[in-house]
Design a protein around this ligand. Structure first.
Ligand code: URA
Length: 245
């Protein structure tokens, strides 16, 4: 908690001089969590409270957590001069909040992506020490066999690093597309780290190519089935914590 006087917060966000913002506050133009505040000396927490002037939330450091169903063809980055990024897909009112993707998905990977401005949260989620599960569904060029499952379970060895033990299985029947693909080419992988191209490289080390990849779960947070590709919504308190349970 970092409580500060409201006039100090607003002045430090360049809303106006201390005198100007004091005037705005007295005129009832400022709200904290939706409630009008008329005293400059009232304290607020810039990290937790929604502070707005004339109904527009200030570009504060208030933490924000968004769930996106990342579509194909979009970069997991904040900004890129040439390519469309996941932050470009976020509604305007959230774009000025210092958002970044907590963990990257490749341009052609789809599914669950969290965007936040909470660096500590992202760091915790990505640290292999925290053992946060990331669950992927993949379509491969060739079926898996019991040796692949075993190799994943002890940690696939690659040229530059050995992956931590991971869980590989054939996709459960209810999720698999039985009509178009052999079941053994539709798999589910659970990993606890997130190195560059990790899942693709683990399969590559087993002589298989990933043809499609979707992240469906982080910790116990599942991708909301109601989110269409490219859609994004704010996460609830329980969902924010679900990543670590
Ligand atoms: N592993 C990959 O290879 N790609 C991703 O996008 C995520 C995990």
């Amino acid at each position: 908690m970092a409580l500060e006087r409201l006039d100090k917060i607003l002045a430090s966000q360049n809303i106006g001089s201390r005198k100007d913002v004091g005037y705005m506050i007295r005129k009832g133009r400022v709200t904290v969590n939706g409630v009008v505040v008329v005293k400059s000396e009232q304290k607020a927490d810039v990290e937790c409270d929604a502070i707005a002037v004339d109904g527009r939330e200030i570009a504060s450091s208030r933490m924000i957590y968004l769930m996106m169903n990342k579509p194909q063809g979009v970069l997991s980055a904040s900004r890129d001069s040439r390519a469309k990024t996941v932050v470009d897909l976020v509604p305007q009112e959230w774009q000025r909040r210092g958002l970044f993707p907590a963990g990257r998905l490749d341009k052609d990977t789809v599914g669950l992506l969290i965007l936040t401005n909470d660096g500590e949260y992202a760091h915790k989620m990505l640290s292999p020490k925290k053992k946060v599960e990331k669950i992927y569904e993949a379509v491969l060029d060739n079926p898996i066999d019991s040796e692949d499952i075993l190799a994943f379970s002890v940690g696939v060895k690659m040229k530059d690093f050995d992956a931590l033990p991971a869980k590989l299985s054939v996709m459960p029947h209810e999720l698999a597309d039985e009509n178009t693909l052999p079941l053994e080419r539709q798999v589910r992988v659970i990993i606890h780290e997130g190195k560059y191209h990790q899942v693709k490289r683990m399969f590559m080390a087993r002589g298989k190519t990933v043809q499609a990849l979707r992240r469906v779960q982080i910790g116990s947070l599942k991708l909301d089935p109601n989110l269409a590709p490219g859609e994004v919504r704010q996460m609830g308190e329980k969902e924010i914590l679900a990543v670590f349970t």
